[in-house]
Design a protein around this ligand. Structure first.
Ligand code: OGA
Ligand code: MN
Length: 316
């Protein structure tokens, strides 16, 4: 059943109908299928990148308990900031990239800098990994393959965890770079030692059809469209559910260019510079054919410092 839906939404000819796809920007597609999730804004400290939590719209899909969707809570400057961070910063060493093994980029150069002279590497980037590096073959994390997790992304997750009442520590992330013809096949994310923690997923750029199934591939998945800025949390029953991205959908509404509520970011601030049109143009060009997904996980139980099996012996 999962595979049939994947094939259906992936197909170019014929094109799929979006009639059964939940789209939170179109309320007729989701009435009676979701319930509102309350947001705790008690400890929220105002940041430039997010709108006030009192304005966040969060939903849980009734058929898929634990799957929480927050409709774009980012400001447009916030979207630009995270897009730039993902493309420019999270692709720098010591983070790992799928193209590392091909030695396409000279060792001393950053991928993004190199891409300015050799555009062929733009399309070849598919992922980078941060913190505990995901091992795509063994699916086993290792204390020997980890780097410091970026502080800013860790804080972003913490903000959402607080707002939803979860205890969460960001320790590993996959940054997915999808091109317009990319897909992500059905899978579960079960490599983490501590599976009680939710998984946080932030998406920017073009939209995607996301399939969320059950604990086996026999269940027909629910299709949801994810737009730029949307936040998805897979927790509880949904944490170990099958999911996939069968299709990228070019967006008609580039929210990162829609300057709306930026009045509190001073014009002369560093952030204004960082996200200004002249500094953003090169990212904009790449983004025309791109979707970015930051997929963040906690690996270890709270308080545990190493993976089991590699915990240093305690003196008796
Ligand atoms: C993943 C994943 C979903 C997405 O990276 O494991 O499921 O929305 N990504 O790109
Ligand atoms: Mn996944």
């Amino acid at each position: 059943m999962f595979k049939d839906s994947f094939k259906y939404y992936k197909s170019r000819n014929p094109k799929p109908s979006f009639e059964e796809v939940l789209d939170f920007t179109n309320s007729s597609s989701w009435t009676n299928k979701v319930k509102s999730v309350s947001i705790n804004s008690d400890n929220f400290t105002k940041t430039f990148d997010l709108i006030d939590p009192s304005a966040w719209e969060a939903f849980e899909i009734l058929d898929r308990p634990g799957f929480i969707y927050i409709k774009n809570p980012f400001t447009s400057i916030g979207q630009r900031y995270w897009i730039r961070q993902a493309i420019e910063e999270y692709t720098k060493k010591p983070n790992k990239l799928n193209i590392d093994i091909h030695s396409l980029v000279p060792l001393e150069q950053n991928w993004w800098d190199y891409a300015k002279q050799d555009k062929s590497v733009l399309k070849k980037l598919r992922w980078s990994t941060l913190g505990y590096h995901h091992n795509w073959d063994t699916k086993i994390y290792s204390d020997q393959a980890k780097n410091t997790f970026p502080d800013n992304l860790s804080r972003l997750c913490y903000t959402f965890a607080q707002a939803l009442g979860y205890d969460f520590k960001a320790e590993a992330a996959i940054v997915n770079f999808y091109h317009l013809d990319s897909t992500l096949a059905g899978h579960t994310d079960h490599s983490e030692e501590y599976l009680d923690a939710p998984l946080f997923s932030f998406s920017f750029g073009n939209s995607a059809v996301f399939l969320l199934g059950g604990l086996t591939i026999d269940e027909k998945p629910t299709a949801v469209v994810i737009h730029s800025g949307d936040v998805v949390i897979m927790s509880k029953e949904s944490r170990l559910s099958y999911h996939a991205v069968p299709r990228i959908v070019k967006t008609e509404k580039q929210m990162w260019n829609d300057f709306n509520c930026e009045s509190d970011v001073p014009l002369d601030s560093e952030l204004r510079m960082y996200t200004s049109q002249s500094n953003f143009n090169e990212f904009q060009d790449y983004l025309e054919g791109l979707r970015i997904n930051l997929n963040v996980r906690q690996v270890l139980p709270h308080g545990q410092l190493n993976l089991i099996g590699t915990v240093p012996n305690k003196d008796i």
